[in-house]
Design a protein around this ligand. Structure first.
Ligand SMILES: Cc1cc2nc3c(=O)[nH]c(=O)nc-3n(C[C@H](O)[C@H](O)[C@H](O)COP(=O)(O)OP(=O)(O)OC[C@H]3O[C@@H](n4cnc5c(N)ncnc54)[C@H](O)[C@@H]3O)c2cc1C
Length: 300
């Protein structure tokens, strides 16, 4: 058996867990994963997913698919329960406003630093760049403030945070309980937690939090997590990159399919001899699936 987590790689902080720094004071560390030990002749935790899937297919399969092919099949067909056999535990340090987005992922188990028990450290997030409110996307941002405005505004943000922490310290000095003294601290204050989630739900998190619609700050955490798990489940991540509608794949609505089909038929796209063989994959099964989709799109 061998250990999948190499502690010699890029340690963050005192304990040399593999980790990646995020924002100005944050990080994600990979504390543990399941399976962590794999047989010597296996390369990654992908094997655990394939083995779990074989449990359902064992009597029905005509051919024994290799792990990678099987995982790609599972991913294309939304057969996600074998992905739940792999779990990751992270130690994350993040601003409270990012934590509020991350906590929405209800399938994770969380244990957070207690501001009732411990005094909050004076650590708050000051953005590197200040983005401008988007006019097209009410929830989003685009472009950035001029350098001069950025410097001035960041100075103001720092002052406001310093004031909030000074006030916090004064309240504590007066004997106010930590649980009440903290109420005026900014959303930019850093918190920490342990965050454990299975791979199925983690991919869902990565789908929507690495996507460009998500706030840039949580994208940083999503991308850090992605970087940490990729060496552990490389084939699963490769399949996710290829098929997830948030990555290389796409879901079309009925209206989009109809529009595309009408265009294909009217443009006589069949004349281009659009052959199933042209799909740039080796898998026969995937070519067959594409043939079915082609038919739906109006190719004959
Ligand atoms: C770009 C963006 C903008 C957002 N804006 C807002 C906003 O303005 N306001 C806001 O409140 N939230 C907002 N959210 C949060 C969003 O609505 C979801 O709450 C969050 O992304 C978690 O997604 P989830 O529920 O699918 O994930 P999880 O909670 O991790 O759940 C994973 C899956 O498990 C299943 N599941 C879990 N719990 C239940 C349940 N109780 N019932 C049924 N099925 C369940 C569902 O299939 C779900 O997809 C935003 C998210 C994004 C990415």
């Amino acid at each position: 058996m061998r250990d999948l987590i190499s502690r010699e790689t890029f340690g963050v902080g005192d304990v040399a867990y593999p980790g990646i720094y995020c924002l100005d004071h944050g990080f994600v560390k990979l504390v543990d994963c399941m399976p962590r030990l794999i047989p010597d002749d296996e390369e990654s935790a992908d094997h655990a997913i394939a083995e779990a899937a074989r449990c359902s297919y064992q009597r029905g399969t005509k051919t024994v698919a290799d792990d990678k092919t099987l995982i790609r099949y599972l991913m294309r067909h939304n057969h996600t329960s074998p992905l739940e056999m792999v779990e990751f535990k992270f130690h994350v340090k993040l601003p409270i406003f990012v934590a509020r987005q991350m906590i929405r992922h209800r399938t994770a188990s969380v244990n957070e630093l207690s501001g009732r028990y411990s005094e909050m450290l004076e650590e708050y997030y000051i953005p590197g760049e200040l983005r401008v409110q988007s006019l097209m996307n009410i929830q989003g941002s685009e472009g950035s403030l001029s350098d001069a405005d950025t410097q001035m505004t960041k100075g103001l943000m720092r002052l406001q945070s310093e004031d909030a922490f000074k006030f916090y310290a004064r309240l504590l000095d007066k004997g106010v309980a930590r649980e009440q003294a903290r109420v005026g601290l900014p959303l930019s204050t850093y918190t920490e937690w342990y965050w454990k989630i299975d791979l199925k739900n983690l991919l869902h998190f990565l789908d929507i939090r690495c996507d460009h619609h998500a706030q840039k700050e949580i994208q940083d955490y999503g991308n850090a997590i992605l970087g940490l798990i990729k060496p552990i489940v490389p084939w699963t991540i490769e399949a996710w990159e290829d098929y997830s509608p948030y990555r290389g794949g796409m879901i079309l609505t009925r209206y989009e399919v109809e529009t595309l089909r009408d265009w294909i038929i009217s443009e006589r796209a069949n004349d281009f001899n659009f052959d199933t063989e042209e799909l740039k994959v080796d898998s026969k099964l995937e070519k067959k699936e594409w043939a079915e989709k082609k038919l739906k799109l109006g190719f004959t």
